[in-house]
Design a protein around this ligand. Sequence first.
Ligand code: ADP
Length: 625
Amino acid sequence: MTLPPSLEEKSAFKKSLNVTSMLRLVLALGIAFLVIQINLDSIESYLYDLRVKTKLITPSSEKIHLIYITPETVQKYKGLPSSVQQVKLLEKLVAAQPRAIVYDFGIEESPGTVDEKNLFEAALISQKDIYVAGKATVMKGEEKLLYFADPFEQVQATPAPKTSDQLNFAKDGVTRRMLLTYQDMPMLQLQLATLYNPEVADVNNVRGHFKFYDTDQAYIDFHKPGTFPSESFENLLDGDTSLEQFKDQIVIIGTDLNLQETEYVKTPYSREVTAMTRIELQANTIDTLIRNSGPTKAPPFLNWLLVGLISILTVYVALTLKPAQGLLILGSTIAGFTAVAFLAFWLFGFWMPMAHPLLAIFLCYYFFIPYRLIIENRRSWEYYQKNKLLSQVEELKTNFISMMSHDLKTPIARIQGMTDVILTDEVTLSSQQREAVDTIKHSADDLLKFINAILNYGRIESEGVRLNLQSKDLNNILTEVVRKHEFLAKVKRIQIVSELEPLFPIPVDSDLMRQVLSNLVENAIKYSPEDTKILVSSEEKENKVVIQVADQGQGIPADELANIFMKFFRSKNAKSSPIKGSGLGLYLAKYFTELHHGTIIVESSYGNGSTFTVELPMEQGGTHA
Ligand code: ADP
């Protein structure tokens, strides 16, 4: 049984809702705050690398060429290429007119006599477009440290160190960023890129540029290993490879000997020590700067905003939506957010933080779901207790009613008996006294009727009803009911019109259906004014017998329509009128009709009469208790 909430209850509920939604907001933001404090660099780096790895197309400036000294080179020359061979290659390369030639390996390790090495040195310094990459940076004022030892003392290195994440961010040794300047000294890559893209000479114009201690840095827009065109040293020197291809290019000469860790870097593509050669890293770095396409990291406030919003959404979903719906929304949020983060990276090189927002979803969800379960359990426990109390009250009420009714019936019977005795005395009573005794007798009759209705209801409630189904033509029952009520109708000059179509007999409990139909006809008479009509009709429709009782009475107000089949319900008008009733008739009518697998409905508009419709199936599905 549900009780309509009172206004007071409603406003208390609203207030508690406001308090809880405020509390939820605070909790969600609290969790967001905690999540932000957690260092998730290793997860973030993994998600960053995943975006790099899955980026299918990275355009290239097509300005960089690589020349490798490989184990095959060493095998062919029975050692590293000698200084003489280096000079020969350099001459060939210079003739091809590249934009720059970069040596990124230990030039001093090239075998040869001091004179041969001096010739190599001379060749190296002969052109301004020949660079030697230094692996370390030097402090301001210590530039002399960039010069090599004798016999290469005139060769100056330009710093081009790899910037791996050793001490900050993921600390996994992977190279994701590049140094642009150190103490305002531009690194080799920046100098080379400036040859093609002068804009980046000012590091503030470099996309994704950030300051870190005394350095300017940016993230590298990586290409898959093996993307840049490459040749082997010996092929170039001894073969007939066309040198045309080097015109206007940056040519980087380095090693791929698999000998030292310093020859290689770990990249977002692979964390293997030999994932990419140093010169390929240089190529990626220079290319990023030429195209100025380095990824840009989202500002920290965006991380805050995302985590906050996602936490609020997740808490709302976890606490208010149905679990399946909630999971669907969260799943879509995760998928949508991931898709946006990946697309933003692939298409615009925009690096959105993913680790914190994703963790916020999981934490908020797994924190609030148990909380919701506890609240729901407590609520159902309260409902259970309330229901228990209600059914106890109901039982008490039923017992009380039947006890009272029994105890009232005997005195009423006595009153009826005595009034009968008095009324048979035709002599001694004055007409006034007779009228008074008559009123006593009618009142006693009404009271008895009321008590019988309640007793009947009490019996049904406690014992239930056993259907006694027999095949019956409902028109017969209807005719009988109408006939029984004709006298009552006549008193109010109400005309009952019957429009009964022939019916097939259907299995019904005649007593119960008689009660149902009697109640409808009696109500129609009771709640109709004098000089009106009541239409009683029957017909067969779609395997159902349909019976209607329509009147021209005052009708039922819209706000009471939903309640009239509830037990003891009487409309406000009925209660304030002299029309008597218990409020049980329609409740029992519905109960009995439903026992027959039928339905009873009412259509009414206030002031325009009411039509009650009973529908019974032609075939019954068995008996019911
Ligand atoms: P009662 O004993 O009060 O007639 P019922 O259960 O039969 O109890 O009906 C419940 C209430 O529905 C009535 O009190 C009355 O307000 C309303 N009602 C029932 N039938 C009609 C009708 N034909 N016209 C208007 N109101 C009706």
